[in-house]
Design a binder for this molecule. Structure first.
Ligand code: 1GP
Length: 254
């Protein structure tokens, strides 16, 4: 299967941990695109993720079109449901919520989204998605009706991650939940990284450059940040986060 976006991610990983900037489509106002989007590559962002577990934006497709116009990097859908499949993305993290046992999020939504993914010719990147409990409740857990795996159950987390690899997933994504109070602990990341040979994506609750750097040093292949970059719209934070993760991320020059 031809996977140009996946190969681009792997290529970027060769020169350091990748940085994925998660955009919430519910927060996009098509009349006011974020001026940082166009400069993201300059600051070492590897790709954009776009998605939400809620999707309350009545102008969802306009929002996606707006992001497509200004985000000059691979645009990867990170969907909460099949209804978010959009023709304006390059690829999709084709998620299976393997930490839970809700068939809708293991395979149901995936089957619903499949015809559009095929018709729009969107690249599918099969991803084993694991919710990890770091102490706060997450909207993904609520929406999916599933429980995250406690982060002190490291063996269970590792078994799920390796199961994802055995199922043929191209990535494992450990998720603390958007806006989580605490990111996933470095000891968990280290153990999971040693358990698998496919790339490891870490997201949820990463707010500061020091945290991003710790997560990268613990073994994340890709670090995802969303909320922090919504709350602080400065290029300084974007530059500090990316350069904490990627040695090639450049310091900001306003
Ligand atoms: C959420 O992992 C992502 O799905 C990013 O989380 O919004 O907390 O950065 P934050």
């Amino acid at each position: 299967m031809n996977r140009p976006v996946y190969h681009r991610l792997i290529e970027a990983r060769r020169s350091g941990t990748g940085f994925l900037w998660l955009i919430d489509p519910d927060k996009i106002d098509p009349a006011r695109p974020d001026p940082r989007w166009q400069r993201a590559a300059e600051f070492g962002v590897t790709a954009f993720l776009v998605g939400t577990s809620q999707n309350v934006n009545p102008r969802y497709h306009d929002a996606m079109l707006c992001l497509r116009e200004f985000a000059h990097l691979p645009l990867i859908l990170f969907p909460g449901a099949a209804s978010q499949v959009s023709p304006h993305v390059d690829a999709v993290f084709f998620l299976s919520l393997l930490s839970g046992r809700n068939p809708d999020y293991l395979v149901g939504e995936q089957v619903k989204g499949t015809p559009l993914i095929r018709d729009y010719k969107i690249e599918s990147i099969p991803t084993g998605y694991l919710l990890i409990d770091t102490g706060s409740s997450s909207s993904v857990a609520r929406e999916s009706g599933t429980d995250p795996i406690p982060q002190d159950e490291i063996e269970t987390i590792c078994d799920h991650a390796l199961c994802a690899e055995y199922m043929g997933k191209a990535l494992v994504y450990l998720e603390a939940g958007s806006g989580a109070g605490r990111a996933i602990a470095p000891r968990v990341i280290e153990r999971v990284k040693k358990s698998i040979s496919i790339p490891l994506v870490i997201g949820g609750g990463i707010k500061a450059p020091e945290q991003a750097s710790m997560v990268a040093s613990a073994g994340a292949d890709f670090v995802v940040v969303g909320t922090a970059l919504e709350l602080d719209s400065s290029v300084e934070l974007l530059a500090a986060l990316t350069s904490a993760v990627r040695p090639t991320g450049r310091p900001v020059s306003a």
